[in-house]
Design a protein around this ligand. Structure first.
Ligand code: G16
Length: 544
């Protein structure tokens, strides 16, 4: 094979965010843009010669084009084998599993997750390391630095690969293996959950369910696992065909974007269980008949009941949550006397704790939960976890939630997002908050006494690495919190996220609507950051 070295000019904006590089498709289509970033990744690896790389994406627009480019570059950079999902498809958790199962050296996952897809929308790419998880910050920073000075990339003159047929092709030293994207992952889930009980509960009609794949990657996975293997009726999975533009929707599993599911779940004849996943299959939204379970509560409930799931019956070594996630799981950990870790936003921060066996379960407010089984959050895993709980507890989703609140109290929680703010305005908001940090402690707002105000800085207990500026926290003496952060996953301007929580021990007050129960803290948060004055907005774009 002939290898060409192409001269290129660096782009200055290839700084990976919370989860890889996410930009508009048109940005990725610029001459050499994708190639520069991929070569920067390859250049930042210790070795590419003779290595094995997993490759796949969520099927969004530009996925197939990008895969062909990457195959040629991988060949030129000396990789020995590429393992690619049929059609170029792999969900993020499946990619993580395949890296681990086949002991690959790493993987490139092509996705912009829950961001919309299409020629005018978003694309993304990230590198996962050999534990199956997202590369740590040290690596992503090295890639960014390399991308700022890169002046050439390598590509090989091999023909486009047929991505649609399972099998092995050899191009001189490069082996290209096209695999079924679902089989390995489905087998993994079968080792975790009680498929016999699940089949019985579904076939007997005890569990009725609805899964919204949001025209994204989980369609084929959900059809195989929920319908073909577990026996749910075919119409239990909606929007099951992955589309390059997700049918024009945001593949974001929340009540606003999964509206078809939401309408069915909040109707008179709602199924027992409803869920949705996102573009690349790592997020999950859990609902039951006429109830929505917040991701923070879902994590806490999973932790409290994990011993009922076959893979976790020996108990959990520990749990972790991202800093802005509610403290509900902390209460479970305290009650079970297991450690609870608080990490910055970004799944990559859980990797070391999972690898070291310090935690078994972890999760985030951003609709992500996962465990030691892979090194990514996992949407369908969370769905099966809940189905397994319903099947063995013989309770509805609402009853499971109520029982949990009775036992542990309720952390009433919400997040307000102000999207696409002009970057200087968003930075001004953060600077304004930062300036108040020294004087906030000791101040009283209504019944809330500020006990601390700081900027979250994380020291990884395994490798000692330090991550600064991970969000501004205002904590109150009664355990309530307000957290402010700028998102690291948006592609237009800046997104301000405001996270608000308050603990309610009194069961009489557990069924309050969150926005009402948190109204005082929401207003206080808005005043502290001056978001409305500074942006001219009257309300957030999304409330979750
Ligand atoms: C990614 C990360 C998550 C993070 C989420 C939101 O998820 O993997 O850890 O919580 O982004 O991040 P941010 O608040 O910075 O936008 P995904 O599903 O988008 O890959």
């Amino acid at each position: 094979m002939q290898i060409e070295t192409i001269t290129t000019k660096p782009y200055q904006d290839q700084n990976p965010g919370t989860s890889g590089l996410r930009k508009k498709v048109k940005v990725f289509q610029q001459t050499g843009y994708l190639e520069n970033f991929v070569q920067s990744i390859f250049d930042s690896l210790e070795e590419t010669q003779g290595k094995v790389l997993v490759l796949g994406g969520d099927g969004r627009y530009f996925n197939r084009v990008a895969i062909q480019i990457i195959i040629k570059m991988a060949a030129a950079n000396g990789f020995e084998e590429l393992i690619i999902g049929q059609g170029g498809l792999l969900s993020t958790p499946a990619a993580s599993h395949i890296i681990r199962k086949y002991q690959a050296d790493g993987g490139l996952i092509l996705s912009a997750s829950h961001n919309p897809g299409g020629p005018d929308e978003d694309f993304g790419i990230k590198y996962n390391v050999n534990n199956g998880g997202p590369a740590p910050e040290k690596f992503t920073q090295a890639v960014f630095q390399r991308s700022q000075v890169i002046d050439q990339y390598k590509t090989a003159d091999i023909p486009d690969i047929d991505l649609d047929n399972i099998g092995i092709a050899q191009f001189e030293a490069l082996k290209v293996t096209i695999i079924d994207p679902v089989t390995d992952y489905a087998e993994l889930l079968e080792t975790i959950f009680d498929f016999k009980v699940l089949k019985q509960s579904i076939s007997s009609g005890y569990i009725t369910l609805l899964f919204d794949a949001m025209s994204a990657i989980t369609g084929p996975y959900a059809k195989r696992i929920l319908v073909d293997i577990l026996g749910a009726p075919a119409d239990s999975v909606i929007n099951a065909e992955p589309l390059e533009d997700f049918g024009g929707h945001h593949p974001d599993p929340n009540l606003a974007h999964a509206h078809e599911l939401a309408e069915r779940m909040f109707s008179d004849n709602a199924p027992v269980f409803g869920a949705a996943s996102d573009g690349d299959g790592d997020r999950n939204m859990i609902t039951g008949s006429n109830i929505f379970v917040t991701p923070s509560d879902s994590l806490a409930i999973m932790a409290a009941n994990a011993h009922l799931i076959p893979a976790y019956k020996a108990g959990l070594s520990g749990v972790a949550r991202s800093m802005p996630t509610s403290q509900a799981v902390d209460r479970v950990a305290a009650s079970y006397k297991i450690p609870c870790y608080e990490t910055p936003t970004g799944w990559k921060f859980f990797g070391n704790l999972l690898d070291a066996g310090k935690i078994t379960l972890c999760g985030e407010e951003s609709f992500g939960t996962g465990s030691t089984h892979v090194r990514e959050k996992d949407g369908l895993w969370a769905v099966l976890f809940w189905l397994n709980l319903i099947a063995v507890k013989r309770q509805t989703v609402a009853d499971i939630v109520q029982e949990h609140w009775q036992k542990f109290g309720r952390d009433i929680y919400c997040r307000h997002d102000y999207e696409a703010i002009e970057t200087p305005i968003a930075n001004g908001i953060v600077d304004h908050l930062r300036a108040q940090l020294p004087t906030l402690p000791g101040q009283v707002f209504g019944e809330y006494l500020v006990s601390y105000a700081d900027e979250f800085c994380y020291e990884d207990s395994i490798d000692g690495s330090i991550s600064k500026n991970q969000g501004i926290r205002v904590g109150f003496e009664n355990g309530s919190r307000i957290v402010f952060r700028l998102s690291g996953t948006g592609t237009v301007g800046a997104t301000l996220r405001i996270y608000i929580e308050r603990f309610e021990a009194d069961p009489e007050k557990h069924n309050q609507e969150a926005q009402t129960a948190l109204a005082f803290l929401i207003e206080l948060a808005e005043q502290l950051c001056e978001v409305k004055q500074r942006t001219g907005r009257s309300e957030p774009n999304v409330i979750t």
